[in-house]
Design a protein around this ligand. Structure first.
Ligand SMILES: Cc1cc2nc3c(=O)[nH]c(=O)nc-3n(C[C@H](O)[C@H](O)[C@H](O)COP(=O)(O)OP(=O)(O)OC[C@H]3O[C@@H](n4cnc5c(N)ncnc54)[C@H](O)[C@@H]3O)c2cc1C
Length: 410
């Protein structure tokens, strides 16, 4: 084990999640020899959240980023179950709930996001749940393995992933979506329609254009989701999956610039030169998209951890990657890159009925700005490259999957 002298420069990371945990490891890989203190408010070492919605019915849903030994061997001072409640920017310290104060030279905020909840009657009933942590996944797992009927409020990626695994276990599953279609904020109509069909074919009920007005209950436990039209969807577990809000209150209280999250530049810097921020909590400048965005994805959290590590160790900050994301539902391996923008033209390649296809979204110059793929790894790789290199393609050739991806380039 390395031993870092007590008075070495100190990086304090608040948030022992994917971004914070990755940064701590990267700093040591890049030979940072100061102190690293990683504060977490959960009781677990940093872990992977994607399995919580995809693999929660099996044993492999608990996946740590690194084993305890890694932090010990690399002299990373991990302080779990220690929420940081205050930043003093003048004294350059952070304080935890127990009143302990730790000084920093560089502070990195990696506090992630929290599930959005609904302030409607019955929200406090037992069995009305959200999904962000290992504990949340445990609740879901118990309900699904005991085959309880499940209602999922919100047809986003996480909700549909939970729905797919619950159906595989034989649960009665209803997805309730406020908009006209599922994945309305995050995917194109073409992709969303195909995915909704796929779920319906496997027995999931999908109710769209539905406004949830409350939860019905009996003896403190949820028994159904009440809709505005007077109907009630019976359930014993109601999962609310209506998005996440950035955990930026610590930053706001310290008067660090925040908008749709903590505002950072393309190198993870906030408006305080000693404070960086990374991961889901940030509202970041993204060079390949050309504007400020708040991304909630592992690739983005890891990319920003690399930016912060480079800033702290004095290395060159790596160029921005095309943002991408994945989702697994039933046997569908979905991968998306870029951002679907209004005014782009969708080009479908492959066969949605055969469960292997891609939707490319071309701008007015015929350059893909986004690609959404289902069981189509080659299309994903090619699409991501076209977006990065601003490669112009022939839409007619692209729509014909007998023409190779190399030949569609103009
Ligand atoms: C169910 C689920 C499935 C997902 N699936 C995918 C997927 O398939 N692909 C993908 O790319 N992304 C997926 N994501 C998103 C991905 O997990 C997040 O983008 C990623 O975890 C972000 O990392 P983060 O470190 O910013 O936040 P988190 O991983 O949320 O970590 C933040 C940590 O900071 C802690 N914290 C907050 N405030 C404080 C404080 N004051 N003091 C101390 N600690 C604090 C939080 O409790 C948390 O432990 C999924 C997310 C969920 C919830």
């Amino acid at each position: 084990m390395n031993t870092v002298p007590l008075f070495s420069p100190t990086v304090v990371i608040v948030g022992a999640g994917h971004a914070g945990g990755t940064l701590a490891g990267l700093l040591r890989q890049q030979r940072y020899d100061g102190r690293i203190v990683l504060f977490g408010d959960e009781t677990h070492l940093p872990y992977h959240r994607p399995p919580l919605s995809k693999k929660y019915t099996g044993d492999e849903y608990v996946q740590l980023l690194r084993p305890r030994k890694f932090y010990d061997d690399n002299d990373i001072d991990v302080r779990l179950d220690k929420p940081v409640v205050r930043i003093d920017r003048h004294a350059r310290t952070v304080t935890t709930t127990s009143g302990n104060t730790t000084a920093y030279n560089t502070l990195v905020l990696a506090t992630g996001a929290a599930p959005r909840t609904l302030s409607i009657p019955g929200s406090d009933l037992g069995g009305v749940a959200t999904l962000r942590t290992l504990g949340d996944a445990g609740v879901l797992r118990d309900a699904v393995l005991s085959k309880k009927p499940i209602a999922i409020v919100g047809g986003g990626y996480v909700g549909l992933e939970v729905a797919a695994s619950a159906r595989v276990q034989g649960c009665d599953v209803t997805v309730i979506e406020r908009e006209h279609r599922v994945l309305s904020r995050v995917a194109s109509t073409e992709l969303a329609q195909a995915i909704a069909e796929f779920h319906r074919d496997r027995g999931t009920r999908i109710v769209t254009d539905a406004q949830v007005k409350g939860f019905a209950g009996y003896e403190g436990q949820v028994t159904g989701v009440q809709l505005n039209d007077g109907s009630v969807i019976p359930c014993e577990l109601a999962l609310v999956g209506v998005g996440a809000i950035p955990n930026d209150s610590l930053a706001r209280e310290a008067e660090i610039d925040c908008e749709a999250g903590i505002v950072v530049d393309g190198s993870a810097r906030t408006n305080d030169p000693d404070i960086l921020a990374i991961g889901d909590v940030t509202y970041r400048m993204h060079d390949t998209i050309g504007r400020m965005v708040r991304l909630e994805s592992i690739p983005s959290a890891v990319e920003q951890a690399k930016h912060a590590a480079a800033v702290i160790t004095g290395l060159e900050v790596p160029a921005h990657e095309v943002p991408w994301f994945w989702s697994d539902q039933f046997d569908l391996k979905m991968k998306m890159a870029g951002m679907v923008a209004p005014g782009t033209t969708p080009v479908v390649r492959g066969n949605a009925d055969a469960d292997s296809f891609a939707v490319f979204h071309l701008d007015a110059n015929g350059v893909p700005v986004a690609v959404e793929t289902v069981n189509a790894a080659a299309e994903f790789m090619a699409g991501k490259k076209y977006i990065a290199n601003r490669t112009k393609v022939d839409p007619l050739a692209l729509a014909d999957s007998s023409i190779s991806l190399r030949e569609v380039v103009l």
